[in-house]
Design a protein around this ligand. Structure first.
Ligand SMILES: [Zn+2]
Ligand SMILES: [Zn+2]
Length: 286
């Protein structure tokens, strides 16, 4: 764990008295329709958001970050679709790690109430005194999907938002206070409309319960962008209906003059670069 913290910049500086600066870290193990999994970390608390890869793949990707399965303190599942939930119960049982989800997700996954911790939407989950998760409901295809807002004890905030057809006032309100935002940019509108999908599927993807287009993502980011927004990760890109350069250029057109941070794309084959926010602002003692 210490190796991971040092390697990926969560410990910004260690001095001889043993003091170090902590940061809130976000790493995508991979993102897309074939699987989603991300790690949020603060101090010695680590949370996995979604577990859409096989158990073997998940463990392999964790290992490549120098993380052990025993470092994961909780698994939060956003919604029941397989690309987010596939191995969540399997790893929860194998690693003896508590699983969190809302009632609808548990029902659709046929998870029993003694197998998972049920949260209500907009109900804060304190994983430890160092890290909390706030689930924000978002509209998405026959599910009760949530966006995740993570906050540490210094009130640094990071968001992970995927699988939604449109934003809501509640989501915009919470995104406005985040220093990091991972958000889906699922499809390029003209690629989707001119592509091979049947009309019904095209309508489903672009509808209120579907996914965000590059244009919608750009509009959302334009609304929530503020001077302290340090990093943006575009994720859940469709391999058929999008391309990294299309997503990035559309988003940059919307936020360009107001955004001074870094922008990255999360691919299906992570882990990707780790983003850490809050570096150098607090000094904690080991
Ligand atoms: Zn998905
Ligand atoms: Zn979904």
């Amino acid at each position: 764990m210490k190796q991971y913290l040092e390697k990926y910049g969560f410990i910004d500086r260690v001095d001889i008295s043993g003091e170090y600066n902590m940061a809130l870290g976000i790493t995508h193990l991979g993102s897309g329709s074939r699987g989603n999994c991300a790690i949020i970390n603060s101090d010695d608390t680590t949370v996995m958001i979604d577990c859409g890869f096989s158990i073997k793949q998940t463990e392999k990707r964790l290992l490549s970050l120098d993380l052990n399965v025993s470092d994961i303190d909780a698994i939060v599942v956003t919604h029941h679709h397989q690309d987010h939930s596939k191995s969540a119960m399997g790893v929860s049982k194998k690693w003896n790690t508590p699983l969190y989800c809302n009632q609808f997700t548990a029902k659709r996954m046929k998870w029993e109430s003694d197998e998972c911790n049920i949260f209500g939407n907009l109900e804060r989950i304190d994983i430890s005194s160092k890290l909390s998760i706030l689930p924000i409901p978002v509209p998405h295809d026959d599910s009760d999907n949530i966006a995740v807002i993570a906050s540490d004890k210094n009130n640094h905030r990071a968001a992970i938002v995927t699988d939604l057809g449109e934003s809501t006032d509640e989501l915009i309100k919470h995104l406005s206070g985040c220093e990091h935002i991972s958000i889906e940019a699922n499809y390029d509108n003209s690629r989707l409309m001119n592509g091979p999908y049947p009309d019904l599927l095209k309508r489903r993807i672009s509808g209120r319960g579907g996914h965000l287009s590059n244009e919608q993502t750009s509009e959302i980011l334009e609304r929530v962008c503020h001077p302290k927004l340090e990093s943006i990760v575009l994720c859940h890109l469709s391999e058929k209906n999008n391309a990294p350069h299309l997503a990035e250029s559309e988003v940059l057109m919307g936020i360009d003059e107001n955004f001074f941070g870094e922008i990255a794309i999360s691919s299906q084959n992570g882990p990707d670069f780790t983003h850490s926010i809050g570096n150098g602002k607090e000094i904690l003692t080991i």
